[in-house]
Design a protein around this ligand. Structure first.
Ligand SMILES: Cc1cc2nc3c(=O)[nH]c(=O)nc-3n(C[C@H](O)[C@H](O)[C@H](O)COP(=O)(O)OP(=O)(O)OC[C@H]3O[C@@H](n4cnc5c(N)ncnc54)[C@H](O)[C@@H]3O)c2cc1C
Length: 275
């Protein structure tokens, strides 16, 4: 299928992009890597009359460290972050998660912020952002604001982004010493979206597990520190608390079972690799 006709704007500064988004309201849509938006246009699931390209904005093209976080601008493609030499030492969870996102070809075009903005409930980057207690920097013509990842994702492909706003960057906290990280997922084939994906962060005093693919947005839970029945009971409670559904890919029951088993494996791996 072909998309409906649209105008294409390629602003040269962030202010120009924000002006366009403000002026055009819901007629406009940001386009980044186009890996989710173009299929949606082709299937006519989205019908913006103007696309605002954010890939040529110099201010948004960098990965940098700022106040204990790795800040990834809206113009950074997933493959660029994946190849960033400091990734495994600064944000080891992301180093483990990146390879699970689609394929080399999609990562070469798709952006990190685009995946966060798209907010697919099975996507790896939103899950990692929630697991790490990261944040999203939003800008509109009127103001800038920063939201915790847990306040940004509201539901199935639904976020707290307002009309006229765009994501300028997402911030992943730098890993503290003594933390271990693990990322695991089960999908039908490599490169497919996850049926269930788990990301765990563990240190001496706490363990966090975040889960994607079950509820309509990624969810994060604190777990008890034991490795035995306490952990199994907590995972079972989480499995039942999530709003698991049957769909073409898996049953709700299978998803709950994956939360218990994959969740345990992910937690144990994170605890084992504390550094
Ligand atoms: C074959 C295939 C397999 C895939 N498999 C996976 C997978 O396993 N896991 C996964 O997570 N993803 C997967 N994807 C999706 C891919 O990762 C996309 O790149 C990503 O979801 C969107 O990033 P993008 O830069 O391409 O955004 P676009 O497609 O350009 O935009 C997506 C949405 O985000 C909005 N947007 C983009 N950037 C911004 C911004 N800065 N501010 C505000 N809004 C913005 C757009 O308006 C649009 O609504 C797959 C895609 C394909 C084609």
């Amino acid at each position: 299928m072909k998309p409906p006709a649209f105008e294409f704007l390629r602003p040269e500064t962030t202010d120009e992009a924000l002006d366009a988004l403000h002026r055009l309201g819901d007629e406009a849509r940001v386009i980044a890597g186009g890996q989710s938006l173009v299929p949606m246009l082709n299937m006519r699931l989205a019908r913006p009359s103007v696309l605002v390209d954010v890939m040529c904005l110099p201010a948004l093209a960098s990965i940098r460290e700022e106040q204990g976080a790795v800040v990834v601008g809206a113009g950074v493609r997933q493959a660029v972050l994946e190849r960033w030499p400091q990734l495994s030492c600064k944000v080891p969870l992301l180093a483990k998660a990146m390879g699970w996102i689609g394929h080399v070809q999609t990562r070469s075009r798709g952006t990190v912020c685009g995946s966060v903005a798209h907010a697919d409930p099975s996507a790896e980057l939103p899950l990692s952002l929630v697991a790490l207690k990261g944040s999203v920097r939003l800008a509109s013509r009127r103001k800038k604001r920063t939201l915790a990842a847990s306040d940004f994702f509201l539901g199935m492909m639904s976020t707290a982004m307002a009309e006229g706003e765009m994501i300028e960057a997402v911030c992943f906290p730098v890993a503290g010493s003594g933390t271990g990280h693990a990322f695991r997922e089960i999908g039908r084939r490599h490169g497919d979206f996850a049926i269930v994906a788990c990301a765990a962060v563990a240190d001496e005093n706490s363990t966090t597990l975040a889960i994607a693919g079950v509820d309509d947005h990624p969810r994060r839970f604190d777990l008890p520190q034991d490795d035995g029945d306490g952990l199994d009971d907590a995972l079972n409670d989480i499995a039942w608390s999530l709003n698991a559904r049957d769909d073409l890919h898996a049953s709700a029951r299978y998803r709950r079972e994956l939360v218990r088993r994959l969740g345990r494996e992910t937690v144990m791996e994170a605890r084992a690799c504390r550094r």
